[in-house]
Design a binder for this molecule. Structure first.
Ligand code: NAD
Length: 392
């Protein structure tokens, strides 16, 4: 299962993401230099990896020799000067532009000119981060998902300055690491964090209007194949984290109403009802009875139709803006967030004209720009076309 290579990756930040990425790289046979300013983080990361490896050995997924080889392949330091032999650096420190830029400036003084520098940022502009480097052409985004050893998707993001050859190399490396790389333009939320916004936003809107309860919305989405409903998922992710991503995407898109955050989510954050981690979110996890909530009556398929239509609209818009290829948009949502099928496939199956009807009905009802259909959907419905999902 493990392969040996002489390649060395430097990973900066031994938190949730950095530790997971280190495991992925070591499992693929790479040597890893894991750096963190905090010795405590490095020690916790090492202890966590030992636990994971022991579990993999128990389940016969690794032999004990492979487990110790994997662990020995990761060296941990607090000082950056150990990064000199690296061919690739992946930064996964705190989500702060100035701190990240300072760290990359330090790294550039240590690594060779051939070393590729990547950030795992979820919300910062890759182009903006590249701009402070001496060699911005070797900088790009490698956006892993949490937990990195389990989630297959990696978004590979070119900054405006990036040399395309480095994108090809990273794509090949991610394949060798047994990941599913997709190429995304450097735009807010990249693919997944942009396309998934209506899954939460429209669900919240339905509940905010008291058209249905969170449990009804969750049931509706699970009835069409989603593993978790939006409210269950927000409670798992944490309302504070989910709200922060929405706010960041909304601001980055110059306050486009399509991404407007929800007041009820804000109230949940203010109340400290963050979800599972605080014992209460949209559901209660502390054994106390929940509040009585307005429930919808009658036929409820409108719930998933409304949310899925907005998800498809987002995917169609991203495709027409060339954020990614149709195939990569599909892979991103099925491998990154385990959607039951890709959103463009869903549009083809449902019928583009029906999706358009849904969106137009919502736009007529509310008169809001939030529901404007992507122009590509109108064009396709008019010409009776389907999304071409055959090529990348
Ligand atoms: N957590 C997620 O779900 C997720 C998913 C995708 C991407 N990301 C992104 O990955 C990055 C890291 O997120 P995380 O959740 O692993 O954070 P985390 O808080 O778990 O870990 C960050 C680590 O970086 C270290 N660090 C901070 N500043 C440093 C510096 N100047 N030099 C060296 N080490 C430093 C901290 O000590 C800490 O151990 C962020 O940019 C985040 O946006 C997070």
């Amino acid at each position: 299962m493990l392969r040996m290579t002489n390649s060395t990756v430097g990973i900066i930040g031994a938190g949730a993401m950095g530790s997971g990425i280190a495991q992925v790289a070591a499992q693929a046979g790479w040597n890893v230099i894991l750096i963190d300013q905090s010795l405590d983080s490095l020690e916790k990361s090492q202890a966590q990896l030992t636990k994971v490896c022991n579990r993999l050995v128990e389940k016969n997924r690794l032999t004990s020799q492979e487990s110790s080889a994997l662990q020995q392949r990761i060296l941990r330091f607090t000082a950056f000067d150990h990064l000199a032999p690296c061919t690739l650096i992946i930064e996964a420190i705190v989500e702060n532009k100035e701190v990240k830029q300072r760290v990359f400036a330090q790294i550039e003084e240590i690594v060779s000119n051939e070393c590729i520098l990547a950030t795992n940022t979820s919300s910062l502009s890759v182009t903006g981060l590249a701009s402070s480097l001496k060699h911005p052409e070797r900088f790009l985004g490698l956006h892993f998902f949490n937990p990195a050893p389990l989630m297959q998707l990696v978004e590979v993001i070119a900054a405006m300055q990036t040399n395309p050859e480095h994108i090809d190399r990273c794509n090949a490396w991610m394949n060798a690491w047994k990941k599913v790389p997709v190429r995304a333009k450097d735009t807010p939320g990249f693919i997944v964090n942009r396309l998934a916004r209506p899954f939460y936003g429209e669900a919240l809107r339905i509940v905010e209007e008291e058209l249905a309860s969170p449990a009804q919305v969750d049931d509706a989405m699970k009835s069409v194949g989603f593993r978790m409903g939006p409210f269950e998922l927000m409670d798992l992710i944490g309302n504070d984290v989910n709200y922060a991503v929405t706010v960041s995407v909304f601001e980055a898109f110059y306050f486009d109403p399509r991404y407007r955050p929800s007041l009820i989510q804000k109230k949940h954050v203010e109340a400290g009802w963050l979800g599972r981690k605080s014992g209460r979110g949209y559901y209660r996890y502390d054994g106390q009875p929940g509040e009585s909530i307005t429930e919808a009556t009658g036929e409820l398929s409108w719930i998933h139709q409304r949310i899925v239509a907005l998800l498809i609209n987002e995917a169609a818009d991203a495709l027409s803006m060339r954020i990614a290829s149709a195939q990569d948009l599909e892979l991103a949502m099925t491998r990154g967030v385990n959607y039951p099928k890709g959103l463009l496939t869903w549009a083809n199956d449902w019928g583009i004209a029906s999706v358009l009807d849904q969106l137009q009905a919502l736009q007529n009802r509310y008169g809001e720009d939030r529901y404007r259909p992507a122009p590509i959907l109108r064009d396709m419905a008019e010409k009776n076309l389907l999304f071409d999902l055959g090529t990348s």
